[in-house]
Write a protein that binds this ligand. Structure first.
Ligand code: ATP
Length: 346
């Protein structure tokens, strides 16, 4: 924690400490928002929380923040139930903005710093630091409502970081950011994580997620369908893609095995079973002409994601889910208790 910051109760998570969410469930009437989500975020770890629109990510995060009440499951920090004091010190970046539109940028960040328990002097010092870091030094005296959407998003980030929290819950932090701001956001997340913070973030930008996250949890229709390190999930998939480019036209080239996905005469893309040794195929491609580039890669995280969340084929076998977690049923009626007709919010 930086000098002069508030005592949050979030410090000193170590070993098996951090955030643990088990068996979380929330229905809204008969809508299954979340049913059976488990998350573990250890100190120094960044976990990506992935799912299609409406999959249940925001509802899960709101349950961690106690904005929505869970109907089942547990949420702990360092093995203990989360107290109000701990919860108030979480660096939360909501998807919808939670800012005061008619407050100046600097005053806003100071205000939230004070709410998180910082002294006036520390709140001002940290506000200055974070406003500079998110690239808004020139706009510090402007009203929030005068800023563009992306710049308001930057203010939201400064607000969530002003007290140097040890747990960051970021709901789509990259949405609406320009490429430069997105890079700054990645640097800040990496830095906080390197300093020992737990970071849970949702995002639809899977290329960014893959570069940033130690592990990902994929949910579909409120249920967890895959969990693991991005590279492990990718390697667990059943196929690899060979892409080869030649300096000259190689005529009617055909792969030795697998499926030719595309072929232009100088470039071929081949889907091959992961179980097959690629060396013969590579030698076959090299023998055809002067190779400029040749790669054999597992599916991208985006492909793993879309395979994981695609609905089961009616009457057929659901696509295999990579990683260690067996797919939960995607049948909307498959819950083991009567559906609560609980209220819309907590
Ligand atoms: P997105 O990527 O679009 O932000 P999400 O994964 O964050 O989606 P949630 O916002 O958690 O999804 O929504 C999960 C489901 O719960 C959706 O079907 C949504 O309509 C429903 N839902 C969420 N909040 C409420 C609410 N307050 N009242 C009724 N239904 C709700």
């Amino acid at each position: 924690m930086a000098t002069g910051t508030a005592h949050t109760g979030l410090e000193a998570a170590s070993g098996s400490g951090g955030l643990e969410v088990r068996g979380l469930r929330r229905y809204f009437g008969d809508i299954r928002a979340v049913d059976g989500v488990d998350l573990t975020v250890r100190p120094g770890e960044t976990v990506g929380f992935l799912g299609s629109n409406g999959a249940g990510k925001t509802t899960t995060m709101r349950m961690i923040l106690d904005i929505v009440a869970p109907q089942a499951g547990s949420i702990t920090w360092n093995g203990q139930a989360i107290t109000d004091e701990v919860r108030n010190s979480i660096g939360y970046m909501p998807q919808e903005r939670g800012l005061y539109a008619r407050m100046k940028v600097f005053d806003q960040v100071v205000y939230f710093g004070r709410l998180a328990g910082l002294s006036k002097a520390a709140a001002k010092e940290r506000a200055d630091y974070w406003i500079e870091r998110v690239g808004l030094a020139e706009r510090r005296k402007d009203l929030v409502q005068e800023l563009s959407g992306g710049n308001q998003q930057r203010v939201q980030l400064a607000v969530s970081l002003v007290h140097d929290p040890d747990l960051l819950v970021l709901d789509e932090p990259f949405a609406g950011l320009d490429p430069i701001a997105a890079v700054a956001m990645q640097e800040i997340i990496t830095e906080r994580s390197a300093a020992g913070a737990c970071v849970l973030l949702s995002s639809h930008q899977l290329d960014l997620v893959e570069g940033l996250c130690d592990s990902v949890v994929i949910i579909s229709n409120g249920q967890q369908v895959a969990v693991g390190r991005p590279i492990d999930l990718r390697l667990a998939a059943g196929h690899r893609t060979l892409v080869v480019e030649w300096a000259e036209d190689v005529g009617q080239w055909q792969p030795l095995s697998g499926e030719l996905i595309s072929f232009t005469g100088t470039r071929a893309e081949v889907a091959m079973p992961a179980s097959k040794d690629a060396s013969e195929q590579i030698a076959h491609a090299v023998a055809a002409g002067s190779v400029i580039t040749l790669t054999v890669e597992p599916p991208s995280l985006a492909e793993v994601f879309s395979d994981s969340v695609s609905p089961p084929v009616p009457g057929g076998v659901a696509s295999p889910v990579p990683g260690g977690v067996a797919p939960a049923s995607l049948d909307a009626t498959a819950h083991d208790e009567p559906i609560s007709t609980g209220e819309v919010t907590s």
